[in-house]
Design a protein around this ligand. Structure first.
Ligand code: PMP
Length: 338
């Protein structure tokens, strides 16, 4: 085992684990554990790639202020890199995001600005619009802009994608991959990598009910109406500038309830503690697997760790209060949560 010079060297090279106990129909299902990155999510990869590419291009230098709008995980990835390299960081985060992510960000030294979760792109309080405005109004600040930054998908085209193909070559290849779409960096990067290196691999999108993407993929229509959902980090109300959906074959719309219950099932059956979007992705992956008539090797991403959501979907009382659990919690844990 090597000794690393900094925590940044731990980003990427995440393990893959095969499902043992879930019903995956005729398919073999594999989990790519992005939850094992040092900041606990896939977004550490882009924190590193977007800052290092901007440094290389001479756009930023240590001491500068970086600004970004984020569901939390990009913020944690950026905070990790900013802290190690000596940048100041201002993050605008929608207030629906878990306390765990927000406190984690503050404890890493980032300045966190909370904003409303109930407004869409174009509204001045929308987290990305607010981040852009703060960057414009702060002298010398640099707007990271993960939704328009080509070094976001590049992290997946040249990092996540090749890693997955190399790992899956050990079991004969990769027939399908299931992912979600927030900034679309994962999807766009994987799509470009597989187009070149594994063109037969099917790209499957998992989308929360309320997002506009599932309808866009399956029916080609682009709705201007989105509803809200509680799963964090995936689903959109617009098409990100960097997005490339052209090779996505099929999408599944998954409810919050199914997402949370499926994430809990993953922990119960496979011992993997995934975040809320993991539940959405796994629910879609299981539907896809069970629909197949021939065996396929399928990878589903585990974009972040469930440690970020212990007080939400892994808390029976939160699940009950939100109508996601059909039974009373067992044992009396109420003292623990007040
Ligand atoms: N899952 C989680 C938990 C996330 O935070 C994100 C990023 N917002 C994603 C999935 C989706 O990744 P991407 O931004 O690359 O589309």
């Amino acid at each position: 085992m090597p000794i690393h010079a900094s925590v940044l060297e731990l980003i990427g090279n995440t393990p893959i684990v095969k499902a043992r106990r879930l019903d995956t129909g005729p398919c073999e299902l594999y989990f790519k554990l992005e939850s094992q990155n040092p900041g606990g999510s896939i977004k550490d990869r882009i924190g590193k790639s977007m800052i290092e590419a901007a440094e290389k291009a001479g756009r930023i230098k240590p001491g500068d202020t970086l600004v970004e709008g984020t569901a939390g995980n990009t913020g944690i990835g950026l905070a990790l890199v900013a802290q190690q390299k000596g940048y100041k960081l201002i993050l605008v985060v929608p207030d629906k995001m878990s306390r765990e992510k927000i406190f984690n960000l503050k404890a890493m030294g980032a300045q966190v600005v909370l904003t409303r979760s109930d407004v869409a792109k174009g509204h001045p309080d929308y987290y990305q619009d607010m981040a852009e405005r703060i960057a414009r109004e702060t002298p010398g600040a640099y707007f990271i802009n993960q939704f328009g930054n080509p070094d976001n998908p590049a992290a997946h085209e040249f990092g996540t994608g090749p890693e997955i193909l190399e790992q899956m070559a050990q079991v004969g290849g990769l027939d399908a991959i299931v992912f979600g779409c927030g900034s679309s960096g994962t999807m766009t990067g994987l799509s470009r990598c597989f187009a070149e290196k594994s063109p037969h691999t099917e790209l499957i999108l998992a989308d929360p009910v309320g997002s506009i993407l599932e309808e866009y993929i399956n029916r080609g229509t682009l709705s201007d109406k989105s509803a809200s959902w509680m799963v964090e980090g995936i689903g959109e109300d617009f098409l990100p500038q960097i997005s490339d959906f052209t090779r996505v074959k099929k999408a599944y719309a998954i409810t919050d309830k199914e997402s949370f219950l499926t994430a809990r099932e993953l922990l119960e059956k496979e011992g993997i503690l995934g975040g809320s979007s993991t539940g959405t992705l796994l629910a879609a992956a299981l539907k896809y697997c069970r629909e197949q008539t021939t065996p396929k090797r399928v990878v589903v991403l585990v974009p972040d760790t469930g440690n970020k959501y212990i007080s939400k979907m892994y808390n029976d009382y939160w699940m009950l209060d939100n109508g996601f659990l059909d039974r009373e919690p067992t044992g009396d844990l109420r003292d623990l949560i007040t």
